[in-house]
Design a protein around this ligand. Structure first.
Ligand code: ADP
Ligand code: MG
Ligand code: ZN
Length: 509
C-alpha cells in the first residue's frame, strides 16, 4: 500500500485526501459543591482513603439519597451558559452495573430525561500555516447530572492496571461527588481542523466552567475528564463512519493528539478494506497512540429505570431566570470586551489568546501598563523565554505586576528596551523585583549630564568626518554618533538626550 507511515497508519494529510472525520466529545466535570450529590459528605479531592463516607455514599442497605440543590443549580448554570433548554421536569435514572468502586452496584445518573438539552458552544480555530481564523459552532446534545464512582488502586502490577496486580484497594471518598456530563452532537465538516477543533472545544469549555465557578477543572487531578469520539467516512459518501471512543484523555494536547492518531489509524484500516470496530480505546501519553479497549458492538444493557428513591427535579422558571441573571461575564464576551478596550484586530487578539496570555495581559494592564506595552512584553521577550524553556507563560517566575513596573520604568525614561530586556532576564533568574534588578545590575539609564557630555565629546573626537557632515547641516548623520555614545555607555545612555547634546555641540539646535 502506498504512503503508509509505519505499522497501520496513514500520514495525516494523506488520510484527509480520502476521508472526512467526524468528532464528538463527552466531558465529565466534577462539581465544586461543598457536599456530595446525595449526602452531606464533603466533596473534596484527596483526604485519607475512606474518610469522606457515610451510609448513603457507601450504598448501605436502607440509606436514602437526597439530591443536592447546589449541584442542580450548578448544572443549570452550565446548561444556560451552553445555550441549552432547561427541563422543567425530569428524573434521575438508575444505571445498573457491577463494579467494585461503585458500592451500590448502580449509579444514579440521568438517561432519557437530562436536565439540559440542545445547546451550543462556539470555538475559534486558526488554520495551520495562517489564514483567517475560523469559527465552529459545536452543538451540545445534553448536559446531565450524575454521581462519580470511587477509585480503585491496583497494587503490585507493572502498569497500575488490575491485570497482573497482587491486590486492589478501593477508596470511596470520590463516590457520590456530583458529576456533570456534557455530550456534544457529532461535529462534521471540519476536515483537517478536526483535531484542533476538538482541543479548542475542550479549552473553551474548561474556561467557561472556570468562569462559572462550578469546578476547579483540573485535568491532571481528574476533575475534568474527556472521552474523544472519532470516525472517518470516505469523502463524499454522505454518511458517517463507525466511531471509536478514546477514554479519559487527560490533557488538552492529548485531546488533539488522540483525534489525529485515530484519523491516521482508521484511514489505514479502511484503506485495507477493513472495518473500524466500535470500541473504547486507551490513549497512551508516551507514544501518542491508542490501543483497543472494550468492544461496544453490542450495546451493554444497563437496565435503566427511573430512580425510585428520589423525587423528580422540577426547577421553577423563576429559579432558572434568577440563575440566568446571575451568570458572570462569559469568556467569549470577556474576550470581545478586552479586544475592544485594547483596540486590537481579530488577528492581534487571537495571537494573545493562542499564546495563553489573555489573563496575563489583562492583569498587566490592571497593574497600570498600556495594552500595547503589556502585549509587547508578554508576546515578545517572555513568549520567547517560555518557548525556549518549554514552559507555559503563566508558569514563568515573573508576575504581571513586575511586567507593568518594567513598562512604567521604560515610559518614565529610566530604562530603554534593551535595558528592560536585561531587567526581565534578571527577574526570571530570581534576582528579585524589577527595581532590585535595576539596582543590583546597575541598569538605570545614565542621566548624569556631565558623564553624558563627556561621552558625546569623545564620540565627536573619534569621528571627525561624521561631525563635519553634521556641522554642514546633515543632521541625519547624528545617528552614527548616538550609536557610538550608546556603545561607550554599554547601552545605558538616554539616546534622545545624547542626540540633543550632539546636535547642540555641533551647532545644529
Ligand atoms: P455513549 O453512551 O456510547 O458514550 P453518548 O451518546 O454518550 O454515547 O456519546 C456519543 C458521542 O459520540 C457524542 O458526543 C456523539 O456526538 C458522538 N458521535 C456519535 N456518532 C458519531 C460518529 N459517527 N462519529 C464521531 N462521533 C460520533
Ligand atoms: Mg457516554
Ligand atoms: Zn456520604
Amino acid at each position: 500500500m502506498s504512503g503508509r507511515a509505519g505499522a497501520g497508519l496513514v500520514p495525516f494529510d494523506e488520510a484527509l485526501t480520502r476521508y472526512e472525520p467526524v468528532i464528538g466529545l463527552e466531558t465529565h466535570v466534577e462539581l465544586g459543591t461543598a457536599t456530595k450529590m446525595f449526602c452531606g459528605c464533603p466533596a473534596q479531592f484527596g483526604g485519607e482513603p475512606n474518610t469522606f463516607v457515610c451510609p448513603v455514599c457507601l450504598g448501605l442497605p436502607g440509606a436514602l439519597p437526597v439530591a443536592s440543590r447546589a449541584a442542580i443549580e450548578y448544572t443549570i448554570r452550565i446548561g444556560l451558559a451552553l445555550n441549552c433548554t432547561i427541563a422543567d421536569w425530569c428524573r434521575f435514572a438508575r444505571k445498573n452495573y457491577f463494579y467494585p468502586d461503585m458500592p451500590k452496584n448502580f449509579q444514579i445518573s440521568q438517561y432519557d430525561e437530562p436536565l439540559c438539552t440542545d445547546g451550543w458552544l462556539d470555538v475559534t480555530v486558526e488554520p495551520e500555516g495562517g489564514g483567517e481564523p475560523r469559527q465552529v459552532r459545536v452543538g451540545i446534545e445534553r448536559v446531565h447530572l450524575e454521581e462519580d464512582t470511587g477509585k480503585s488502586l491496583h497494587i503490585g502490577g507493572a502498569t497500575g492496571r488490575i491485570h497482573g496486580a497482587d491486590y486492589s484497594l478501593v477508596d470511596y471518598n470520590r463516590a457520590g461527588i456530583p458529576l456533570v456530563e456534557i455530550v456534544t452532537k457529532p461535529v462534521d465538516g471540519t476536515g483537517a481542523l478536526a483535531p484542533v477543533v476538538a482541543r479548542a472545544y475542550v479549552t473553551e469549555l474548561r474556561d467557561l466552567l472556570r468562569a462559572l465557578a462550578v469546578s476547579d477543572v483540573r485535568m491532571e487531578e481528574g476533575s475534568l475528564r474527556c472521552d474523544v469520539n472519532t470516525s472517518l467516512s470516505a469523502t463524499g459518501s454522505g454518511r458517517w463512519g463507525t466511531r471509536t471512543e478514546t477514554k479519559n484523555v487527560n490533557s488538552l494536547r492529548s485531546v488533539e493528539r488522540a483525534v489525529r492518531f485515530e484519523i491516521e489509524r482508521q484511514a489505514a484500516v479502511l484503506d485495507e478494506g477493513g472495518r473500524v470496530v466500535q470500541e473504547t480505546r486507551h490513549f497512551h501519553e508516551d507514544t501518542g497512540a491508542t490501543t483497543a479497549g472494550r468492544s461496544k458492538e453490542e450495546a451493554q444493557d444497563y437496565r435503566y429505570f427511573p430512580e425510585p428513591d428520589l423525587v423528580p427535579v422540577a426547577p421553577s422558571r423563576e429559579w432558572v431566570e434568577q440563575i440566568r441573571a446571575s451568570l458572570p461575564e462569559l469568556p467569549a464576551a470577556r474576550r470581545a470586551r478586552l479586544k475592544a478596550e485594547w483596540g486590537l484586530s481579530d488577528h492581534e487578539f487571537s495571537m494573545i489568546q493562542n499564546a495563553g496570555a489573555v489573563d496575563l495581559v489583562a492583569a498587566t494592564v490592571t497593574a497600570g501598563a498600556g495594552p500595547a506595552e503589556a502585549r509587547k512584553w508578554w508576546l515578545g521577550e517572555l513568549a520567547r523565554e517560555a518557548n525556549q524553556s518549554g514552559r507555559e507563560l503563566a508558569d514563568l517566575p515573573i508576575t504581571p505586576a513586575d511586567v507593568a513596573r518594567i513598562a512604567a520604568l521604560v515610559a518614565a525614561g529610566a530604562l530603554n528596551d534593551k535595558l528592560a530586556r536585561q531587567v526581565i532576564e534578571g527577574v526570571l533568574a530570581g534576582e528579585g523585583t524589577p527595581d532590585e534588578v535595576v539596582a543590583g545590575r546597575g541598569l538605570a539609564i545614565v542621566r548624569d549630564e556631565a558623564a553624558l557630555t563627556a561621552a558625546v565629546d569623545e564620540a565627536i573626537a573619534a569621528n571627525p568626518e561624521v561631525a563635519e557632515k553634521i556641522r554642514a547641516g546633515k543632521v541625519a548623520a547624528a545617528g552614527a554618533l548616538v550609536g557610538a555614545v550608546m556603545k561607550a555607555t554599554r547601552g545605558q545612555a538616554d539616546a534622545g538626550r545624547a542626540r540633543e547634546l550632539i546636535l547642540a555641540r555641533l551647532g545644529q539646535s
